[in-house]
Design a protein. Structure first.
Lengths: 198, 251
């Protein structure tokens, strides 16, 4: 299906590194549904709440005392820009979940400011996800989710919740903020899962 | 938070261009006839897909400029320097051409006539487009909700929807203020400058009015205005934002 657009030739023709429908940018655009929360590290905490109500908690000092790692990943935003080879520093979710007793299949990420996004728990482990606090060697700017954001680069960037404050684990799949507003529940850029039903 | 659950599959449809209108030297409005359009809420956007003769495709999202009244939709597109899709939409597309679209998308940056309370709209540049859809929906519904638009624009020649804004401003419920940032028209008392706390205090709804506020524009504009609103005491949960374009500086 689909008709040719009269007079359109196209010129970007993104490379093989890009998922379908994406274009390359060297800038770092921002998408947020509300004002940028300004959270001081001393007021920040991160919690993991299990399906049985158990809570693990880290304040900024405890979080910074965890082993961290350098991460270089490509980012793909559902609004169609992709940015390749971005450099981050953060704590692996494997580290944060190491002592958490859970049999849950799903997680809801919660952010300062009220944002939520849902992910399968299996997408947050095995070296696929981090809580990142540095970008390009600098403390993460509030516009980009600082002091700390989730980083799940194999999914569209809305899954990498900015200003993250915790995960709530669950046996059932609930939908987060954009997922409720018509976006895909999983969001694999390589399958172009932008909107519900894609 | 009021939410709209739209969990149906969005499919591509082919609309036909019925009219194009120059809005400024870099922006134009495109009216489309779309036979199977399901309707939309003011503030929602849609995806446009272009296909080259060799099958190459490029897609982008655009805010819908019109309120849904049961017939046709309008987009207003600002040409992005070095863009791929917007130059085609602004310079090449003509009446009678097909245009593939799918939507509507987005259930957060929307205004519905049944929503309680005043509505404050603050737009920068082409960020006025979804706000115009809200003013049109307000007018189409004969809403009695007080509505104010604060429109930040470089100079008089940059104003999109000059005559449409005059029309909606005829309503007693609607007030429109322009904030010129580079060049003001003769007789404008405020010197050209960006929106600041003083202007928000004098022309925008105050926190006690409990407005829902919609801010749309380039990222630095939205960051600045949203921060000013929060600093003035507005509940961040009542400030909805839509940002576009580059961040305007190294981050």
């Amino acid at each position: 299906m689909g008709s040719v657009s009269p007079g359109f030739t196209g010129r970007r023709r993104g490379g093989k590194d890009l998922p379908p429908g994406q274009y390359l940018t060297h800038d770092f655009p921002v998408l947020s549904a509300g004002p940028t929360p300004h959270i001081l590290p001393e007021h920040w905490e991160f919690t993991v709440t299990t399906e049985t109500g158990g809570v693990s908690r880290w304040d900024w000092a405890a979080f910074m005392a965890l082993p961290s790692e350098d991460i270089t990943k490509d980012l793909h935003c559902v609004t169609r820009w992709s940015k390749l080879g971005t450099d981050w520093r953060g704590v692996s979710l494997d580290t944060l979940l190491a002592d958490v007793e859970t049999g849950a299949d799903y997680a809801m990420a919660h952010s300062y400011g009220g944002y939520t996004t849902n992910l399968p728990l299996e997408d947050l482990v095995d070296g696929q996800a981090w809580v990142a606090y540095e970008y390009d060697g600098e403390p993460l700017h509030p516009e980009h989710g600082g002091p700390a954001r989730l980083l799940v680069p194999h999914l569209y960037l809305w899954k990498s919740a900015k200003w993250v404050r915790g995960l709530v684990l669950s046996d059932t799949e609930d939908l987060g903020f954009w997922e409720t507003a018509g976006y895909h529940e999983y969001g694999d850029p390589w399958k172009e899962q932008r909107y519900a039903g894609d | 938070m009021e939410r709209t659950a739209i969990r149906r599959r969005l499919t591509w449809q082919t609309g036909t261009v019925t009219e194009v209108r120059e809005e400024t030297s870099t922006a134009r409005t495109i009216a489309l006839d779309v036979p199977d359009w399901p309707g939309h809420l003011a503030g929602q956007h849609l995806d446009v897909r272009l296909t080259a003769p060799d099958g190459y495709r490029a897609s982008r999202s655009y805010s819908i400029a019109s309120a849904w009244t049961g017939a046709g939709i309008e987009l207003t597109v600002e040409q992005v320097p070095d863009g791929e899709v917007s130059p085609y939409l602004v310079d090449v597309l003509k009446v009678g051409d097909p245009l593939e679209i799918r939507g509507p998308v987005g259930g957060w940056f929307v205004w519905k006539p049944e929503q309680p309370g005043p509505v404050q709209l603050i737009g920068g540049g082409s960020g006025v487009v979804p706000l115009m859809a809200m003013l049109r929906a307000h007018s189409a519904a004969a809403s009695t909700a007080p509505a104010r638009l604060l429109y930040s624009v470089r100079r008089p020649a940059s104003v999109i929807y000059v005559s449409d804004l005059k029309d909606v401003a005829m309503s007693e419920e609607v007030a429109i203020t322009f904030a010129y940032t580079r060049e003001a028209p003769p007789g404008e008392s405020r010197e050209p400058k960006r929106i600041d706390a003083e202007l928000l205090k004098s022309v925008a709804f105050q926190p006690g009015d409990e407005p829902t506020t919609y801010v749309c524009g380039p990222t630095p504009f939205v960051e600045t205005v949203a921060d000013l609103l929060v600093a003035a005491g507005h509940d961040p949960a009542r400030v909805r934002t839509e940002r576009f374009g580059p961040t305007g500086g190294p981050r």
